[in-house]
Design a protein around this ligand. Structure first.
Ligand SMILES: C[S@@+](CC[C@H](N)C(=O)[O-])C[C@H]1O[C@@H](n2cnc3c(N)ncnc32)[C@H](O)[C@@H]1O
Length: 219
């Protein structure tokens, strides 16, 4: 497959963590130019803006789930320059790109980046985070609703979860049911579900939306 051919069709056709590793190993170097810029993908920026609006506390440490090339962290660092950001992703090649992203003062966006498969229990060498943010990673063949349970131990009590989920994936995989179950278990507060545009007007994909789960962990 030629790099130029990589895009949503390939991203939505993966099924396993190994498929994801293979896809993003090939895509990492051109993801920002051939996809984000070419398709006017605004998801990382939009999630960061939602995060900045809904999370009213001043936070010190936030974890970016499915960091990719680091665009969510880059936008969040512009809105919350004092926040320390770490990232987790299954793809070392995508994390290699994220490592290069810089803040407006030219320092690195991320303090630490960790290679982790988020479909499993997630080892965390740090104190629990005050918030998790995620864009583009809860989608077809990537992370399903059951993975939310893997993320909760990463959060401090009252920690924020601001997680984008592909619209069709949200419906077809039953995210609402899993959120209800987590509320019933006393693991999270009743979530607010927002909607955002994933692409800018003018993009061939304009009109695609994502849900954004906004809730807080209880532990
Ligand atoms: C579409 S990209 C989104 C990246 C970035 N957040 C953005 O919005 O540009 C999806 C990311 O999910 C990661 N991913 C897929 N499956 C994963 C898994 N099982 N565990 C951790 N990360 C995974 C991929 O490596 C990829 O970087």
């Amino acid at each position: 497959m030629n790099d130029d051919a990589l895009g949503l069709d390939e991203a939505y056709s993966v099924k396993t963590p190994e498929d994801n590793k293979r896809l993003y190993a090939k895509w990492a170097a051109t993801y920002d130019s051939s996809f984000v810029d070419a398709k006017q993908y605004r998801y990382p920026k939009a999630i960061s803006e939602v995060f900045d609006q809904v999370v009213t506390d001043s936070l010190s440490r936030v974890l970016d789930i499915g960091t990719g090339t680091g665009l969510t962290g880059m936008y969040l660092s512009r809105l919350r320059p004092d926040v320390v950001l770490d990232g987790m992703d299954i793809s070392p090649e995508m994390l290699g790109q994220a490592k290069l992203k810089t803040r407006t003062d030219n320092s690195a966006v991320y303090r630490k980046l960790y290679e982790r498969d988020l479909t499993r229990a997630v080892p965390n060498e740090n104190a629990p985070y005050e918030a998790l943010i995620s864009s583009g990673t809860f989608t077809h063949g990537h992370l399903g609703p059951e993975c939310l349970r893997n993320l909760l131990p990463l959060l401090a009590n009252n920690g924020w979860l601001v997680v984008g989920v592909n619209n069709e994936h949200f419906e077809s995989k039953g995210f609402a049911g899993e959120l209800d179950a987590l509320v019933a278990l006393g693991a999270i507060k009743a979530p607010e579900i927002l909607r955002i545009d994933v692409y800018e007007p003018g993009s061939v994909h304009y009109g695609d939306q994502a849900r954004v789960i906004v809730t807080r962990a209880i532990s």
